[in-house]
Design a protein around this ligand. Sequence first.
Ligand code: NAD
Length: 298
Amino acid sequence: MTEVKPRIGFIGLGIMGRPMAENLLRAGYPLVAYNRSSDKVAALVEEGAQAAENPAQVAERSDVVITMLPDTPDVGEVYFGSQGIMTRIRPDHLLIDMSTVSPAMARRIFANAEAHGAESLDAPVSGGDVGAKAGTLSIMVGGSQPAFARAEPIFQVLGKSILHMGASGAGQVTKACNQIVVALTIEAVGEALVLAQRSGVDPAKVREALLGGFAQSRVLEVHGQRALEGRFEPGFRIRLHRKDLHIALDTAQSQGVSTPVTALVHDMMNSLVAHGYGDEDHSYLIAELAGRANIELS
Ligand code: NAD
C-alpha cells in the first residue's frame, strides 16, 4: 500500500523557504504555498505547488503548516493576524515554525495550538542557503515527542542533523546559542586576520595554518576565505544576524546570564546596519575590522 503523504502548507518563500519548499515538492509532498510578494508563489506553482491567498487559506487547505519568515513580528502576524493561521486551526493540524524567532513566540504558538487540540514545533535551522538547497540543514526542534515523531519524515527531506532539544522553545534557545558561537567566531577570525596583515604576515597563510590546528572552524574556512576575496553578497544578512543576537541577549537577560561579548558584537552589527550594510553578508564584520585598521584584507 502506498503511504499517503500529508498536505503541507508553506509560508515564506525567501532565500531559505523556497529551496526547502522545492525539496518537499520533489519528495512528493502536495504543497500549498503563500508569500507576501506573490511572484515567489507563482514560481513555485510552476513546479507543482498550489497557490493560497493568505495564511488562513493555507491552514484551511493543509495538514501540516511550515513557516519560514524573517522575524518575530512577521511570525506573529502570520499566526495571529486577522487572516492568520490560528483563525482556521483544527485539532489535526501540526504547525512547524522554522524561522529564527524568540522562544517566547514559540511558546505562544504552542499554547494556542494546544488550546485547540493541535500540535506545534519550533524548528529553526542552521546551514544557510547551501544547506537549504542540498537538504542538509541542521534542525533544532522544541515541542512534544509525538509531534516530533510526526514531523520527522518531513525533517528528513530538509536536513541531516535533526535533534529534539526538549519542550516548546528549546529549539529557539538552541538556535540562539548557535548564533552566539557563529557571530563571535566571525569577530575572532576578523581580529586575527587583520592583526596578521597589519603585522606583515600573509593573512591567507595564517588562515591556512589555523585551519590545521585547534583554532580551525567552518567560519574560519568559509568566511575567512570570503573576507580575503572581498566577497560579501548574502548568504546571511547582517540585519538577520543582528536580530538573532537580540533574541540571544533578551533570552540571556531573562535568565540572568551574562553575555558581554555577544552584546559587543550586537552593537557592532547595529552600527553596520545604521551605516547601510544591513543587507551585506554577516562576514562583512571582518571588513569592518579591517577598515578600523585602515587596511583592506588581501
Ligand atoms: P528572506 O527575507 O530571504 O525570506 C523571508 C520570506 O518571507 C520573503 O520571501 C518574504 O516575502 C516573506 N514574508 C515576510 N513577511 C511575510 C508575511 N507577513 N507573510 C508572508 N510572507 C512573508 O529570509 P531567509 O534568509 O529565507 O530567512 C528566513 C528565516 O530563516 C529567518 O528567521 C532567518 O533568520 C532564518 N535563517 C536564515 C538563514 C540564511 O542563511 N539565510 C540560515 C538559517 C536561518
